[in-house]
Design a protein around this ligand. Sequence first.
Ligand code: FFO
Ligand code: GTP
Length: 461
Amino acid sequence: MEFDTIAAISTPMGEGAIAIVRLSGDEAFAIADRVFKGMGGKQLQTVPSHTIHYGHIVDPATDTSLEEVMVSVMKGPKTFTREDVIEINCHGGLVSVNQVLQLILRQGARIAEPGEFTKRAFLNGRIDLSQAEAVMDMIRAKTDRAMSVAMGQMEGKLSRLVQSLRQEILEILAQVEVNIDYPEYDDVEEMTLSMMMEKSTYVKGQIERLLQTSEQGKILREGLSTVIIGRPNVGKSSLLNSLVHENKAIVTDVPGTTRDVIEEYVNVRGVPLKLVDTAGIRETEDIVERIGVERSRKVLKEADLILLVLNYGEVLSEEDRRLFEAVKGMDTIVIVNKTDLSQSLNMDEVKELTAHHRLVTTSLLKEQGVDELEEAIASLFFTGSLEAADGTYVSNNRHIALLHQALASIDEAIMGAEMGTPVDMVQIDLRRTWETLGEINGDTVQESLIDQLFSQFCLGK
Ligand SMILES: Nc1nc2c(c(=O)[nH]1)N(C=O)[C@@H](CNc1ccc(C(=O)N[C@@H](CCC(=O)O)C(=O)O)cc1)CN2
Ligand SMILES: Nc1nc2c(ncn2[C@@H]2O[C@H](COP(=O)(O)OP(=O)(O)OP(=O)(O)O)[C@@H](O)[C@H]2O)c(=O)[nH]1
């Protein structure tokens, strides 16, 4: 495949120690040679691949030196993009790195689109689509565990699994062709259908197994959307603060003009909690009051986890009861706080209302019970047996949707075979399953989708 030469700043925009301008494409070396003075006047083409060289960036038009740099030389196809790659390591100021980029662009490179380097790695066949998507997940990972899931996917764990399932399906289809070549057996149709059913059932089981990891995979990737509710003054802010302080807050979104929900991530034993509407908790008494009943119901509905806080020092109120009502059927941990106060809360009643939820007692004032709470959170979502055995998790919504589709079509195939539908009808369902699975690694995916996926990447990645 042939592409033009692209360039971009591959480090964050801001002041830093070093900033990198990356180039990729056929002209990368030639363009860099025009502006890089170093290596005793040698051409970049002549130096060994994967070496770095000291020198200066000089504007050939004015013969002025812009920057003191280190230039990395990587020869395709053994590079990130499989093309010739040059990386110019500049001093980390915004102006200097921009000047170097502008100069490179004047020499004939084109500014890269977001994700275009990774897209080339995909288009040039170094990685497949799910691996490319994992590159982005690595950048966005909020915890060590999320990182290792993304890393596994980037290294091809999911790709290999999906590929092996597609291979199974191809083998079924090939076997059908073989059978059809021996029509002299009169039970060939029946034999073929039963073979299809048996082998498809195996593939179906594998797809189901993958889907079983998706709930946890999604949580690892996106964080567990968590809402803290409770009457005024029960200790919601205190709870939030102790979760944030005991576990380093990972990301704090700056409230924008168009969004009033603030998210904050904390890492609770490897589970990224995305604490929703923390501003609401911090500033006013009650999320239900602040954002209105309708919207708060929506916030609750969309939550993966609800922390319902009660006050040990007060009797259960009508409002508490309404909160229990609102969280029915949801993953909820009931927290009885202020256990240092003398008891007014009827614990039998609380236990009854808590029913299937977990119950944890805390005194946030005395910093008691937070460990138990964290344990409860972690064990609610990661019980040992649910850990994916080989560490392969499906975490991406696109992949999950495709697996569900694949499951539906292989189910059709199995049911068809069971009911004695003509073999060629069953073949159609199997082919569809094969294609759907191929969309995960990008074998059978549309170009417009590829463009859309990569456009969500970082600039310079
Ligand atoms: N400076 C710098 N750091 C970086 C990157 C980069 O592009 N530049 N990466 C990117 O964002 C990541 C590293 N990823 C990479 C993946 C593959 C190859 C590569 O050259 N692969 C060759 C094998 C090379 C060899 O074995 O010697 C290949 O697959 O053929 C390089 C970087 C993280 N750090
Ligand atoms: N005795 C005692 N007081 C606590 C405990 N936890 C929190 N408090 C106090 O209770 C008061 C209210 O705590 P907050 O964390 O602000 O409660 P809140 O639910 O966020 O309150 P609103 O913002 O009014 O809804 C503060 O004075 C806390 O110091 C506890 O375990 N024991």
